[in-house]
Design a protein around this ligand. Structure first.
Ligand SMILES: C[S@@+](CC[C@H](N)C(=O)[O-])C[C@H]1O[C@@H](n2cnc3c(N)ncnc32)[C@H](O)[C@@H]1O
Length: 478
C-alpha cells in the first residue's frame, strides 16, 4: 500500500435515503403482520396522511397500493423463491427482513420496475428500516433472485403438477395448500378450472355498485359516472360496474345511501330470495344476520316495492348501527334490532321470507382481502360450524309453512355450505329435523351461466366475476 492510499480518508458515511412510497408500503406490511391489521383498512389512512403532507401524488399512491397488495397476495410464491436463495429456514429470517425481501421480489418478478431500480430501492429501504448489516443480506438475496424470471423460478421451486398437484398449485398460485384442497373439492373438475379460480383470487375485483330500489336507478348511476367510467352489471338488474380507479365515495348517490358498493354475487342472493315463489301472504321479511347491511338494504328496497316490511337483526351493536345507516331512507317500512339469531326475540313462524347470511370463513372473498388466506386456519371452520347450524335452524323456525329461507355464505367450502344444510334438514347431531323442500335457486338467477346441477347455487370469481357466494333456498312444508 502506498503512503497516499494509507492517508485516504475513510468513505464518508452516507445517510440512507428514505423513499416515502416503499417506506409506507413497508409500514403497512408490518401492521398486517404484527397487529393482524387488514391491508384494506390500514392503507387508506396512511395514504391520506402522505398525501396531506405533500409526500405523495396519485401515482405514488397507486404504486404503494400495488406493492402492499401484490406482496401479500403472492406471498406463498415469493416465500418459496426467497427460501431457495437463503441458506437457512425461512422461519429463522426475521419477519421485517422477509417483508423487505418479498416486496423486493414483487418489484423484480411481479412488476415492470427495472431490475436495478428494484434492487437498489429495496436495499435502500433495508438500510433505513433494518440497518446496514441486514441491508447487505437483502442485497445478496435479491441479486440471486435477479438470475431468473418468475416462470423460471416457479418451475424450480414448485414440484411438478404430476408429482404433487396441490403443492404445485399452492406455490404457483400462492394459496395455502389446505385452501387449494378445499376450493378444489367444492369446485370439482380438472386442472384448468381450479387454476382459473386461484388466479381470479389474485386479481383485484372491479368495484360494483348497487342502485337501491326505490331510491336510485342504474340509469342514474351510469349517467353520474359518465360513459367511460361505468358499465351495466353483468347479472344483477341493480348493478353498475365502475371503471378501474373510480372512487365510489365521490358519487352523491353513494354518499346519501341511495346506492351502495356491493358485489354482484351478494345482489343475486338477495334478489333470488326476494323472487322465490312463496304461497300466500308475503308481507314480513327477516334478515337474521344483517350487519353491515348490504343485503338488508337491497331486500328492504325490494320489500318496499311489494308492500312488505323488513326486520333486520344483527348481534353486534356496532354492526347494527351500520345496518341502520344503510337502511335510512328506505321507501318502505323496516326495523333494525340488535339480537342474537340463535336465541331470537321473534315468534316462530312469523315471517314469509328469511335470509340467513351466516358468519363464515370468507374463503369466497379472498380477492378482496389479500392477507386473509394466510391468516385463516382449517380449524377456524370448526368454530363456525355450530353457529351456522344454529342460525339456519332458527331461520327454519322463523319462517311460516309455505315461506322461504335463504341460507347464504361467502364461502364455497362444502363444510359451510351443502353439509350444513343437509345436517340441519336431517337433524344430525341429535337436533330437531325439518320438513322443508329445496327450491331450485338457478331459475331465480336468470341469464347467469354455469350454475351447476342445483338446486343450490355456487357462484365463482373465475366464472361469474363475483365473490364465491353460496345460496340454498328452502321452503317450509310442515
Ligand atoms: C356474513 S355477515 C352478513 C353480511 C350481510 N348480510 C350483508 O350483506 O351486509 C354475518 C353477520 O352476522 C353477524 N352475526 C354473528 N353471529 C350472529 C348471531 N348469533 N345472530 C345474529 N347475527 C350474528 C355478524 O356480526 C355479521 O355481521
Amino acid at each position: 500500500m502506498t503512503d497516499q492510499q494509507r492517508r485516504r480518508p475513510a468513505k464518508p458515511h452516507r445517510r440512507p435515503q428514505k423513499d416515502p412510497v416503499r417506506f409506507l408500503a413497508f409500514e403497512a406490511l408490518r401492521a398486517v403482520d404484527e397487529r393482524d391489521a387488514y391491508a384494506n383498512l390500514v392503507l387508506p389512512p396512511l395514504l391520506k396522511k402522505a398525501r396531506a403532507k405533500g409526500d405523495f401524488d396519485g401515482r405514488d399512491a397507486a404504486l404503494a397500493t400495488e406493492l402492499v397488495y401484490g406482496t401479500l397476495r403472492r406471498q406463498g410464491t415469493y416465500d418459496a423463491i426467497v427460501a431457495a436463495c437463503v441458506d437457512r429456514p425461512l422461519s429463522e429470517v426475521d419477519p421485517p427482513v422477509l417483508d423487505v425481501l418479498n416486496m423486493g421480489v414483487h418489484q423484480l418478478l411481479g412488476t415492470r420496475i427495472p431490475t436495478h431500480a428494484a434492487v437498489s430501492a429495496s436495499v435502500e429501504l433495508a438500510r433505513v428500516v433494518l440497518g446496514e448489516g441486514r441491508a447487505k443480506f437483502v442485497n445478496a438475496v435479491l441479486r440471486k433472485v435477479t438470475a431468473h424470471d418468475l416462470d423460471t423460478w416457479v418451475a424450480q421451486v414448485a414440484p411438478s403438477y404430476e408429482k404433487d398437484a396441490e403443492d404445485h398449485l399452492s406455490i404457483v398460485h400462492s394459496h395455502p395448500r389446505w385452501i387449494v384442497s378445499a376450493l378444489w373439492d367444492a369446485l370439482g373438475g380438472g386442472r384448468a378450472g381450479i387454476e382459473d379460480l386461484l388466479e381470479a383470487d389474485n386479481e383485484r375485483p372491479e368495484v360494483t355498485l348497487v342502485a337501491r330500489p326505490g331510491r336510485s336507478t342504474t340509469g342514474e348511476l351510469l349517467a353520474a359516472l359518465g360513459e367511460d367510467n361505468g358499465l351495466p352489471g353483468r347479472w344483477s338488474p341493480y348493478a353498475v360496474r365502475m371503471a378501474e380507479g373510480g372512487e365510489p365515495g365521490a358519487l352523491t348517490a353513494v354518499q346519501d345511501g341511495s346506492a351502495g358498493v356491493q358485489d354482484e354475487g351478494s345482489q343475486l342472493v338477495a334478489v333470488a330470495l326476494a323472487n322465490a315463489p312463496v304461497e300466500g301472504r308475503d308481507t314480513r321479511w327477516l334478515d337474521g344476520c344483517a350487519g353491515p347491511g348490504g343485503k338488508a338494504a337491497l331486500l328492504a328496497g325490494l320489500a318496499a316495492g311489494r308492500g312488505a316490511a323488513l326486520l333486520a337483526a344483527e348481534k353486534q351493536p356496532h354492526r347494527a348501527r351500520l345496518v341502520e345507516r344503510s337502511l335510512a331512507g328506505n321507501p318502505g317500512p323496516y326495523q333494525v334490532i340488535t339480537a342474537d339469531g340463535t336465541r331470537p326475540p321473534w315468534r316462530p313462524g312469523s315471517f314469509d321470507r328469511v335470509l340467513m347470511d351466516v358468519p363464515c370463513s370468507g374463503l369466497g372473498a379472498l380477492r378482496r382481502r389479500p392477507e386473509a388466506r394466510w391468516r385463516r386456519r382449517a380449524k377456524d371452520l370448526e368454530s363456525f360450524a355450530p353457529l351456522q347450524r344454529g342460525l339456519l335452524r332458527e331461520a327454519l323456525k322463523a319462517v311460516r309453512i309455505g315461506g322461504v329461507v335463504g341460507y347464504a355464505t361467502c364461502s364455497p367450502h362444502l363444510a359451510e355450505t351443502r353439509v350444513v344444510v343437509d345436517d340441519v334438514l336431517k337433524g344430525r347431531g341429535g337436533q330437531q329435523s325439518f320438513e322443508a323442500k329445496w327450491v331450485d335457486a338457478r331459475p331465480l338467477m336468470p341469464g347467469v351461466p354455469a350454475l351447476g346441477e342445483g338446486p343450490d347455487v355456487q357462484l365463482w370469481p373465475h366464472l361469474h366475476g363475483t365473490d364465491a357466494m353460496y345460496l340454498a333456498l328452502l321452503r317450509r312444508t310442515a
